[in-house]
Design a protein. Structure first.
Length: 594
């Protein structure tokens, strides 16, 4: 929402308060809260918006058995922000719980863990006390002299183990919306288009994989490309190449270790789901490799990468006008972090860290075209505006590696990079093992922007890393099980349900030492498969793989399918050596494939 419209909306909401004493409309309450739940400190607003909190608000909430977290959604208007941010102190049945901090302009969520004793009472008293307040009359906004703070929008109780949410004690049931129906129609249409194009030309199959990956449609695209190739009965001999066999073995080892770990996981459903989730990257990799081997086209690849980067970056920059999912405080100003169609700003930073360096590698040996210049310009601006420090650093590293690998003796460069990776990885592990609340090397390089240990249920890197090591110490060989970190972390950091922002620590916690070694084997195999080849595509993807390995020290990027699919599709494109033109590829029917 544009800032002027946003400010006007907040002003109109406040202006309606003066008319309450003379015929106000029917009272409304935040989602998840009924009239009987409100004890004090909650003031209503008009037009379906709710509800202003005074200096503090007290609510009495029903808590079903098993629920352990209260999730509060609230809005902070621009005129109520302070440079240090607003903190939300809370107590449940008089027991203080850690405060949520520090929030600036925008809509946020705060999660508060429910004490075990309170949960047994079935109803708890929640007191919310924001740290900043304002009086509309003193601001010259209207005649309202009440002290107000934040606009409370919803209060729900959650069971972080099962993911079940409750509104006023009643389970929330998700219904099929028109948006879901439209999404399924788009999926079907995407599949049909992909099938037709892939039957027409194999190159259009890998083009569709690249185009649909950032929009979350890589799964249906992959299936349709595979169906087209099977229908044409193309020879599968390229899949017997030693490079493909090596990658298949590395993938199989990782999946096998995950299955072993899942066999003893506390939450086996989540463990099997996470294992299948990882295994699903393999067909995307294989199909991309096979499609590019059948019909390679470097010029088309350059154009597709450029236009995909432009579209993804442009959609992200549009959020500067229409609203972004996150914001941060920078030099006393609230700035928006763009994400576009990706899952979040960090994920957009990782995505651009894949496409921009590879595009650089492809254009170094030839004349740069207009769309490529636009991709570098628009993509670079979007990357900076993600404010993803690790993403920006990884992109710069990948671009530097693209240039360095053009020099003689790349083995020396690769050795230096490996030594640097080991140094950084050691620093990360030392940071994870240090005493909590003490500053380590990575904390100085990438300090936390939010000090609230709960951070809206997302936690902080310090708490999440310590939690990962605690889980590993309890199950050193095979970990707690794939996908179980998110379900177990709330026992160590109440109210938090997320991944540890470090894929290596996640592998260690969930799959143990064997899982971490299997993941490192997959990375090492990928590097060896790409190393020593002079094609620009291989050089670019090798640089991206190495930089991505660095980035994974500070983010869990393969948890996000839009980033993960794009990564493995690019690796697939570069894995197999180029074949003869598609017209000379013979099918199992013994005729030339057009």
């Amino acid at each position: 929402m544009p800032r002027p419209a946003y400010a006007l909306l907040c002003f109109l909401l406040l202006s309606t308060q003066a008319g309450w004493a003379t015929g106000a409309p029917a009272p409304i309450y935040p989602d998840g809260v009924s009239r009987r739940d409100v004890i004090s400190g909650l003031y209503q607003a008009d037009a379906g918006w709710c509800c202003w909190v005074g200096k503090s608000a007290v609510l009495e909430l029903p808590v079903p058995a098993g629920a352990n977290t209260v999730v509060v959604t609230f809005l902070i208007p621009s005129f109520a922000t302070v440079p240090s941010g607003t903190a939300i102190a809370a107590s449940l049945d008089g027991r203080a719980v850690p405060a949520a901090c520090c929030f600036h302009e925008g809509v946020y969520q705060a999660a508060f863990g429910i004490p075990t004793v309170a949960a047994k009472d079935r109803r708890v008293m929640l007191r919310l006390t924001p740290s900043t307040h304002f009086v509309p009359a003193q601001r010259g906004m209207n005649s309202d002299r009440r002290t107000l703070s934040i606009l409370l929008q919803s209060v729900v109780v959650e069971d972080t183990v099962t993911g079940q949410r409750y509104s006023d004690g009643v389970p929330i049931v998700k219904s099929v919306s028109a948006q879901v129906v439209v999404w399924y129609l788009i999926v079907v249409l995407t599949g049909l288009v992909t099938l037709v194009l892939s039957l027409r030309r194999a190159a259009l199959g890998w083009v569709m994989l690249l185009v649909t990956a950032p929009f979350g449609f890589a799964g249906v695209t992959m299936l349709c490309v595979a169906a087209a190739f099977l229908w044409q009965r193309l020879s599968l001999r390229p899949l017997l190449d030693r490079r493909m066999v090596a990658m298949t073995i590395a993938f199989a080892v990782l999946v096998l270790v995950m299955l072993l770990s899942a066999s003893h996981a506390a939450y086996r459903g989540a463990a099997l789901s996470a294992t299948m989730y990882t295994a699903a990257y393999f067909p995307a990799f294989v199909i991309a490799a096979f499609a590019y081997r059948v019909d390679p086209d470097p010029k088309l690849l350059r154009s597709v990468l450029a236009y995909v980067t432009i579209v993804v970056a442009a959609l992200a920059l549009a959020q500067l006008v229409y609203g972004s999912p996150e914001s941060l405080r920078l030099d006393g100003h609230t700035v928006r972090r763009v994400a576009g169609v990706l899952e979040g700003p960090n994920q957009l930073g990782a995505f651009l860290g894949l496409t921009l360096p590879l595009l650089l590698a492809l254009v170094l040996r030839s004349r740069v075209r207009a769309e490529e210049l636009a991709a570098f310009a628009i993509g670079g601006i979007a990357l900076v505006l993600t404010f993803s420090r690790a993403g920006l650093a990884a992109c710069i590293l990948a671009c530097a590696l693209v240039l360095l690998f053009q020099l003689p003796r790349p083995a020396i460069i690769l050795g230096a990079v490996a030594a640097l990776w080991l140094t950084v990885a050691t620093a990360v592990m030392v940071d994870a093992m240090r005493i909590p609340d003490t500053e380590g090397t990575m904390s100085r390089l990438f300090p936390e922007r939010i000090t609230d240990p709960y951070n809206g249920g997302l936690g902080t890197r310090d708490a999440l890393w310590h939690g990962a090591l605690a889980m590993w110490r309890a199950h050193q060989l095979l970990g707690v099980g794939p996908g179980n970190y998110e379900l177990e972390i709330s026992q160590l950091v109440p109210g938090v349900r997320t991944h540890p922002n470090n894929y290596y620590l996640q592998a260690l916690a969930e799959d143990g030492v064997l899982g971490l070694l299997a993941f490192l084997l997959l990375i090492g195999t990928t590097v060896l498969v790409l190393y020593g080849r002079s094609e620009a595509l291989c050089i670019g993807v090798l640089a991206v793989v190495i930089a991505f390995a660095f980035h994974q020290l500070l983010d869990g990027l393969l948890m996000y399918p839009k980033v993960g699919n794009m990564y493995w599709i690019l690796v697939g494109l570069a894995t197999l050596p180029l074949a003869a033109p598609a017209a000379k590829m013979t099918s199992t029917w013994g005729v030339a494939d057009e």
